[in-house]
Design a protein around this ligand. Structure first.
Ligand code: PLP
Ligand code: FVT
Length: 427
C-alpha cells in the first residue's frame, strides 16, 4: 500500500504542529510509523490522501455512531448554516435539544451545553467542589476524562500511550487534590471511603472504561460506588463522553440501572460536530451561573450547527432496533476476531461492551490498569500495521477503544475478518 502523500504531509505538518498533529493520540506513537492523512469518509470507510480505502473503527474516536458523512446530520448542518453559524445568544433548537437529552437520560434534570468532553468534565468537577465545599476528587487509574489539569493524574488514553502518567505543567498543589484508586476494586473502594469519604467532593469515572482499551465494570462495582457516594455526600459523576448515546439511548446508566448525580457527555451527542454537555440533579445544576454562583461559559456553547447535528443523532437513536443492529454486528465482528486469533495461536483477550471493543495481546483477564499493562504492545503494533496494510483502520494504540457504527455491515465485517486472518498469522 502506497502512502507517500501521507508521509509527505506528515513531514510538512511536523514543521508547524507539535508532533505533526493537533491531538497526541493521532500521532501513531503507540504503534510506530507515520499517521495516515485522510481525504474523506464514506459510511464505515475512510479514504486516505493516496486513495487507499480502510474500514474505519476509530469513528473520530467515538462520535460517529452512524458512520462518516451521515446524510441526516450533514443536511441538518447545511440547513442550519444558512440561517447563521453562531448567535452567541439563545435560540430555539438548543432548548429542544436539551429537552431531547433529558428525555433520553432521566438522571439529567437540567443540562448545560459546551463544546467538548474536556469542558464538560472540568465543569462537572468544579460543580462538585462548589456543591460540597470540598476540594478532593476521586478518579480511577487509567480512566481518561479529557485534558483538564485536575484530571491529568494517572490518566489513560494518549497520556498512557506516551507514558506520561502525570503531565508536567499541572501544579502539584492542584494535582494533590486528585486521589486515585484502581478500577473494579470494591474492597479498596470501601477502605478509601472509610478513611477519606467525608473529604471527597466528587468521584468521577468511565462507567465502561474505553481509555485503557475497553474494560467492563465488575459485578457490584457501580453499586458499591453509588452507595458510598450517597453515604458520604460525594457527588457521583459518570463520565459518559464515550458511552453516552452509544451503549444505549440512555447511555451506560440505562444499561446498568445506576443513577449518577452528574453526567458528562461528548462525542456521539454532537453527531460528529463539537458538542459536550453536563447535567444532572436540579439541585446541583441550579448552582451553575447565572442561576447560581459557579461560573462556566463558552462563546460557541449551544452552537446552532453543532446542535443541528446533535438533534439528528438523538432522533436517530430513538429507534431501539439501531442498538440491536449495533450489538449484532459488533458481536459477529468480535467473535470472529477472537476465533481467528485462537486459531492462529495468538493469546489474547477481546473485551467488548456493545459497539466498543479492544483486543488485548495477553492471555490474562483485563479488568484494571495493571492488567491492561500486561498486554504485549509490540505485538499490538505489528497487528496494527498488518491490519492497516490490509485496509482496516484501528485506533493506533493498545490502550484505546475501537468503535462499530451502524454503517458497518456484513461486507465490512467480512473485509475485517479476512484481513485479521492474515494479520494474526503474521504475528
Ligand atoms: C471518557 C472521556 N471523557 C472525556 C474525554 C474528553 O473529551 P474531548 O476529547 O471531547 O475533550 C474523552 C475523550 O477524549 C473520553 O473518552
Ligand atoms: N480515547 C481518547 C480520545 O478519545 C481522545 C481523542 C483525542 O484527544 O484526539
Amino acid at each position: 500500500m502506497n502512502r507517500s502523500r501521507s508521509h509527505d504531509l506528515f513531514r510538512q505538518a511536523q514543521a508547524v504542529l507539535p508532533g505533526g498533529v493537533h491531538s497526541p493520540v493521532r500521532a501513531f506513537r503507540g504503534v510506530g510509523g507515520d499517521p495516515v492523512f485522510f481525504e474523506r469518509g464514506e459510511g464505515a470507510w475512510l479514504v486516505d490522501v493516496d486513495g487507499n480505502r480502510y474500514v474505519d473503527y476509530v469513528g473520530s474516536w467515538g462520535p460517529l455512531l452512524m458512520g462518516h458523512a451521515w446524510a441526516p446530520a450533514v443536511d441538518a448542518v447545511c440547513e442550519a448554516a444558512k440561517r447563521g453559524t453562531s448567535f452567541g445568544a439563545p435560540h430555539e433548537a438548543e432548548v429542544v435539544f436539551a429537552e431531547a437529552i433529558i428525555r433520553a437520560v432521566p438522571s439529567v434534570e437540567k443540562v448545560r451545553l459546551v463544546s467538548s468532553g474536556t469542558e464538560a468534565t472540568s465543569a462537572a468537577i468544579r460543580l462538585a467542589r462548589a456543591a460540597t465545599g470540598r476540594d478532593r476528587i476521586l478518579k480511577f487509574e487509567g480512566c481518561y476524562h479529557g485534558a483538564a489539569d485536575s484530571l491529568l493524574v494517572k490518566a489513560g488514553s494518549g497520556v498512557e500511550t506516551l507514558g506520561l502518567p502525570d503531565s508536567p505543567g499541572v501544579p502539584a498543589d492542584l494535582a494533590k487534590h486528585t486521589l486515585t484508586l484502581p478500577y473494579n476494586d470494591i474492597e479498596k473502594l470501601r477502605e478509601f471511603f472509610d478513611r477519606h469519604g467525608d473529604t471527597i467532593a466528587g468521584a468521577i469515572l468511565e462507567p465502561v472504561v474505553g481509555n485503557m482499551g475497553v474494560l467492563p465494570p465488575k459485578e457490584g462495582f457501580h453499586e458499591a460506588l453509588r452507595e458510598l457516594c450517597t453515604k458520604h455526600g460525594t457527588v457521583l459523576i459518570w463520565d459518559e463522553v464515550m458511552t453516552g448515546f452509544r451503549l444505549a439511548r440512555g447511555g451506560a446508566q440505562a444499561r446498568f440501572g445506576i443513577t449518577p448525580d452528574l453526567t458528562t457527555f461528548g462525542k456521539v451527542i454532537g453527531g460528529g460536530l463539537p458538542v459536550g454537555a453536563y447535567g444532572g440533579k436540579r439541585e446541583l445544576m441550579k448552582l451553575i451561573a447565572p442561576e447560581g454562583p459557579v461560573y462556566q461559559a463558552g462563546t460557541l456553547s449551544g452552537n446552532p450547527l453543532a446542535v443541528a447535528a446533535g438533534q439528528a443523532m438523538l432522533k436517530a437513536i430513538e429507534d431501539p432496533a439501531l442498538f440491536d443492529g449495533l450489538e449484532k454486528t459488533s458481536a459477529r465482528l468480535c467473535d470472529g476476531l477472537s476465533a481467528l486469533a485462537t486459531e492462529a495461536g495468538v493469546p489474547h483477550r477481546l473485551n467488548r461492551v456493545g459497539s466498543m471493543w479492544t483486543i488485548f495481546f495477553t492471555p490474562d483477564e483485563v479488568y484494571d490498569y495493571p492488567t491492561a499493562k500486561t498486554a504485549d504492545t509490540k505485538r499490538f503494533g505489528r497487528f496494527y500495521h498488518a491490519m492497516l496494510d490490509r485496509g482496516v483502520y484501528l485506533p493506533p494504540s493498545q490502550f484505546e477503544a475501537a468503535f462499530v457504527s451502524t454503517a458497518h455491515g456484513d461486507a465490512e465485517v467480512e473485509h475485517t475478518l479476512a484481513a485479521a486472518r492474515e494479520a494474526f498469522k503474521s504475528l
